[in-house]
Ligand binder design. Structure first.
Ligand code: ATP
Ligand code: MG
Length: 268
C-alpha cells in the first residue's frame, strides 16, 4: 500500500480537463462551440502537436490555456494550479511561466518600440530585472535567437518577417517560461525561413526544458517538432497519441487527409 505522506506529489505541467469554449454571437442564439470536451496532459520537456483543419478550434483552445478567453466549462491546471482560482494580480505574476508565440509576429510587436525594449519589457513588468541589467539580458536573449547586438536598437519594421518572429520568440522566452504555446508560428514565413525558425524553437525547447504546445496544419512539421500529437475536428479531439503511431497508422479519415496534404507539399 502506498503511503500518501511519503509519495512525492507529481503533477504534469499542463492539465486540461473537459475544456469547453462557447462564443456567444448575435447571429447564433446557442453560441458557437469552438472547443468541445477537450482533455490533455503535457509535461515539461515534451512537445504536443495540435493539428486540424481551419476552424476546428485550435486557437480557441490555445487562448483558453493562456487564459485569454474564458472556459465555458472544464478545468485547466498549470503546475497543479487552476488559474481561474487566482486573483488578477496572482495571475499576472504567474504569466511569466506560460507564454505564447503567435502566427503574425507583427501583431504582437509594438511598432514604436526598439526591439531591445520590446524584449526587456516582460522582465520589467514582472520585476525580474532593471536598469542596465534589462538591456544586457534582452541583448543576450536576442543573441540566442540570432539577432546580432548591433541590431537591437532598431524598430520591428527594420527586420524581415523571419527576424520579427525571432524577436517575438525572444520576448516569449525571456521570462524563462515552463510552457510555450506556439500558434502556427511559421505559417506566415517563406519555406526556407520556416525551417530555421522551427530549428530555433526546437533548440530553445531543449535548452529550457519547455513544455510546448505546437499548433500547425502541417503533419510534416508535426513529425519534425513533436513527441505527441492531437488531431481536432469540429472542436473535439478525434485522435491522439505518439507522433510515430498516429502518423504511421492514422485511425481517422481527417488525420489521413492531413497527412496526404503534407505529402503533397501543400501543408494545408
Ligand atoms: N472571438 C470569437 N467569437 C466568435 N466565434 C469565434 C471567435 N473566435 C473563434 N471563433 C469561432 O470558433 C471556431 C474555432 O475557431 P479557431 O480560431 O479556434 O479555429 P482554428 O482551428 O484556430 O482555425 P485556423 O486554422 O483557421 O486558425 C470557428 O468557428 C470560429 O469562427
Ligand atoms: Mg487558429
Amino acid at each position: 500500500m502506498s503511503d500518501s505522506r511519503t509519495t512525492p506529489v507529481t503533477c504534469s505541467l499542463l492539465q486540461v480537463e473537459a475544456a469547453r469554449v462557447v462564443f456567444q454571437t448575435a447571429s447564433n442564439r446557442d453560441g458557437i462551440v469552438a472547443v468541445n470536451d477537450v482533455s490533455l496532459n503535457l509535461d515539461r520537456g515534451r512537445t504536443l502537436g495540435l493539428v486540424g483543419s481551419s476552424g476546428c478550434g485550435k486557437t480557441s483552445l490555445a487562448r483558453a490555456i493562456m487564459h485569454l478567453v474564458p472556459l465555458t466549462s472544464g478545468r485547466i491546471r498549470l503546475m497543479g494550479t487552476d488559474l481561474s482560482s487566482l486573483s488578477r494580480s496572482e495571475l499576472r505574476t504567474r504569466r511569466r511561466q506560460f507564454q505564447m508565440v503567435f502566427q503574425d509576429p507583427g501583431g504582437s510587436l509594438n511598432a514604436r518600440m526598439r526591439v531591445v525594449d520590446l524584449v526587456s519589457e516582460p522582465l520589467l513588468v514582472h520585476g525580474l530585472a532593471r536598469g542596465a541589467e534589462l538591456n544586457a539580458r534582452a541583448t543576450a536573449c536576442l543573441g540566442r535567437v540570432g539577432i546580432p547586438e548591433e541590431a537591437v536598437n532598431r524598430y520591428p519594421h527594420q527586420f524581415s518577417g523571419g527576424q520579427r518572429q525571432r524577436i517575438a520568440i525572444a520576448r516569449a522566452i525571456i521570462t524563462e517560461p515552463a510552457l510555450l504555446v506556439c500558434d502556427e508560428p511559421t505559417s506566415a514565413l517563406d519555406v526556407s525561413v520556416q525551417t530555421q525558425v522551427l530549428e530555433l524553437l526546437r533548440k530553445l525547447q531543449r535548452e529550457g526544458n519547455l513544455g510546448m504546445l505546437f499548433i500547425t496544419h502541417d503533419m510534416g512539421v508535426v513529425r519534425q517538432m513533436c513527441d505527441d500529437v492531437m488531431v481536432m475536428d469540429g472542436g473535439k479531439v478525434i485522435e491522439s497519441g505518439p507522433v510515430a503511431q498516429v502518423l504511421d497508422a492514422p485511425a481517422h479519415a481527417v488525420t489521413r487527409a492531413l497527412i496526404e496534404a503534407a505529402l503533397a507539399g501543400t501543408g494545408r
